[in-house]
Write a protein that binds this ligand. Structure first.
Ligand code: NAD
Ligand code: MG
Length: 394
């Protein structure tokens, strides 16, 4: 029986993975090693009981007692805290999904590749913050990283492995998020609630706001650069409001292969789960006649300055990804908390990149986790200082 672990099981991607595992036979079909969650004890315990997991880990240490109570009478072991998540990631499993949101996903993902495991990676932030480190460790330990971000899964599926050097460019699509049709002069007044609704995909709040600002696509451009070793000029972004084409690969002979499907993460997660095979998945069939048409627009770097920043991060290399990712997370926290406006996030991140570029060794990719975390912390402080200097928004 195959063994699996899911980090971030209680989130949007984690729930989709749970759904797939249960439909595929649950504990009859898979041996579940570890499930982790952030704060939702009740749901984590329910999932761990249903899949008969060996261990359930809640990230908030104060919730250990509650998790123990919720698991009483079951065979599931309870644990809590960052170090317990780290330990759980070191436990052997044939397939491990990293679906934690943000830089908290970095350490567990790294542990999985360091034990030579198969890492299904939804947590794009770890590739943005520490792509060279993660990819080098993966090669060194013979690990397998399978992309779970829908666009990167689509690229992975369209890539003709025998002709990778014949790729002219790749295209990842973007729905345009909540504000794609807003007048530019209204964007500064966008509220958290308005930014938290996505036209096509049901996702966690943070990635939904990142879709409205295009920071999500910016992360994905960098993710494509790290994962597929492509330069800036070979990665394109195309706004495609229907989210049916997820990505395309254009070859030297002019052929473009596209991946299409309804916007449902269970395809990308299920593809990674069954890779290299393909298995039936509970995804609605694609009905192009019912859709009638698919539309496209060029991306607008005035509306979405995050896209320009992503290009600069790739051009700079070194620690820029770690700074970009952490500054974006901090700016997003500050927007959600009402400390800055929607349109302040990109300038805050740009400020942190400028500050970072003035520090020693910025041009060197961090080769250790501690170095990544040091850049991460410095970037968060730079964003906080920028906000403090400007004063609170009214
Ligand atoms: P989410 O917020 O719905 O869930 C995140 C999960 O991580 C939850 O289980 C949460 O409890 C856990 N978590 C949060 N903070 C944590 C911490 N500090 N330590 C440990 N666990 C913590 O997020 P999501 O939308 O499921 O996204 C998860 C990841 O997948 C993100 O990296 C996101 O960019 C990526 N992704 C998501 C989608 C999507 O459709 N939701 C699509 C592509 C990629
Ligand atoms: Mg995506």
């Amino acid at each position: 029986m195959r063994s699996v672990s899911v980090f971030g099981a209680t989130g949007s991607v984690g729930e989709s993975a749970f759904d797939l595992l249960m439909r595929a036979g649950g504990s009859e079909a898979y041996h579940t090693v570890a499930l982790t969650g952030g704060r939702n004890v009740a749901r984590l315990a329910e999932m761990a009981r249903a899949l008969r997991a060996k261990i359930a880990v809640i990230s908030d240490e104060a919730l250990l007692g509650a998790l123990r109570d919720a698991l009483a009478g079951s065979d599931v072991q309870a644990a809590a805290g960052e170090s317990a998540i780290d330990e759980a990631a070191q436990r052997p499993s044939d397939w491990t999904l990293s679906a934690i949101v943000g830089s908290a996903g970095l350490t567990p993902g790294l542990r999985v590749v360091q034990r030579g495991g198969t890492l299904a990676l939804a947590n794009k932030e770890s590739l943005v913050a520490a792509g060279p480190l993660l990819m080098a460790q993966s090669r060194r330990h013979g690990a397998t990283i399978l992309p779970v971000d829908s666009e990167h899964s689509a690229l992975f599926q369209c890539l003709d492995q025998d002709n990778v050097d014949r790729v002219e460019h790749v295209t990842i699509t973007a729905s345009g998020g909540a504000f794609r049709d807003w007048p530019l002069d209204r964007l500064h007044s966008a509220t958290v609630e308005q930014a938290s609704s996505h036209p096509n995909w049901a996702m966690g709040q943070r990635i939904t706001i990142d879709s409205a600002s295009m920071f999500n696509k910016a992360l994905e451009v960098i993710e494509a650069h790290e994962f597929f070793a492509l330069d800036n000029d070979r990665i394109r972004v195309l706004v495609h409001p229907e989210s049916i084409i997820h990505a395309m690969v254009t070859y030297a002979d002019g052929a473009t292969l596209a991946h299409l499907g309804p916007p449902d993460m269970r395809h990308a997660i299920g593809y990674a789960l069954h890779w290299p095979d393909r298995a039936p998945l509970p995804v609605a069939p694609l009905d192009l006649a019912a859709l009638g048409q698919l539309t496209f627009r060029a991306p607008d770097e005035v509306r979405w300055p995050a896209l320009r920043l992503a290009r600069e991060v790739i051009a700079q290399g070194g620690a820029a990804g770690a700074v970009f990712n952490a500054a974006k997370e901090q700016a997003l926290d500050d927007f959600i908390a009402g400390r800055i406006r929607f349109t302040d996030m990109a300038p805050a991140v740009e400020h942190a990149l400028d500050r970072g570029a003035g520090r020693p060794h910025f041009g060197t990719s961090p080769a250790e986790l501690d170095a990544v975390l040091a850049w991460d912390q410095a970037a968060r402080r730079d964003v906080a200082a920028w906000i403090a200097e400007r004063g609170q928004v009214e």
